[in-house]
Design a binder for this molecule. Structure first.
Ligand code: SF4
Length: 241
């Protein structure tokens, strides 16, 4: 029996795509972007388009691996859970729960991530990270600008006169932003790309400012004002800060 099921992409990605999966006899045989979803607009990014070959790959890890003498060997889930439970309880007993460091980030996003937070809260309190090595700067900027860490509505960009793309190649890291940026340009927005590397996103932009790696952060913060910076024209009419 063949049926179409709507699902979602669980990757750590701001596009948060809606997926239409074709399921035949209990196996997903095709995935495509949901045409009805306002952000997805019927297409998926390159990596998720290839997701099924990973999902059903013979090389996919489907069992826990135990490292012994530098070699990995598959073990049952019961064995792996017993081992983890024994190690965690003995560390807590001997050194206290703070000796355990729980670190996680995004990767795939789903409720199970919060379950691990909940588990270690109940088990500990254990040591956790403060700040973020990934999106902390963006979260902080979001809170400063909008009072909320959650992302603002992507379609609000259509109300912008100037859009600054800082260190972001939207064609690879946020492909569903591309049509929104094109719409914003059609409404008169000016796009500026700031990046040490010249990449495809520059074709969307009126200006590309190429920062030298190692530039002092105080100078970076002055880039939006641009005027006080010494800058030079680089090939293609781009400015180098
Ligand atoms: S762009 Fe790709 S990774 Fe991001 S949500 Fe859509 S399908 Fe998933």
């Amino acid at each position: 029996m063949t049926e179409l099921r709507k699902t979602i992409c669980n990757r750590d990605c701001p596009d948060a795509c809606s997926i239409v999966a074709t399921v035949e006899d209990g196996k997903v045989t095709r995935i495509r972007g949901d045409k009805d979803h306002p952000v997805t607009r019927g297409f998926l990014c390159y990596r998720t388009s290839l997701f099924l070959s990973t999902q059903y790959s013979r090389n996919r890890l489907t069992a826990p691996l135990l490292r012994t003498n530098g070699r990995f060997k598959p073990v049952s889930w019961e064995e792996a859970l017993d081992l983890a439970a024994e190690r965690l309880t003995s560390i807590r007993r001997e050194s206290g729960p703070a000796a355990i460091f729980h670190y996680r980030s995004g990767g795939s996003l789903g409720l199970l991530k919060h379950l691990s937070d909940y588990f270690f809260e109940q088990f500990g309190p254990v040591t956790v990270k403060r700040g973020d090595i990934c999106s902390g700067a963006g979260d902080s900027a979001q809170e400063t600008d909008f009072g909320e860490e959650d992302s603002n509505d992507v379609f609000d960009l259509l109300n912008s006169r100037n859009i600054l793309l800082w260190g972001k190649n939207v064609f690879t890291s946020s492909p569903h932003l591309v049509p929104v940026l094109r719409d914003a340009k059609a409404r008169g927005a000016q796009l500026v790309l700031i990046d040490p590397v010249c990449h495809k996103t520059s074709i969307l932009c009126e200006e590309f400012i190429q920062l030298r790696p190692g530039l002092r952060s105080s100078r970076c913060l002055r880039v939006p004002g641009a005027a006080p910076l010494r800058s030079g024209v680089v090939p293609g009419g781009r400015r180098r800060a």
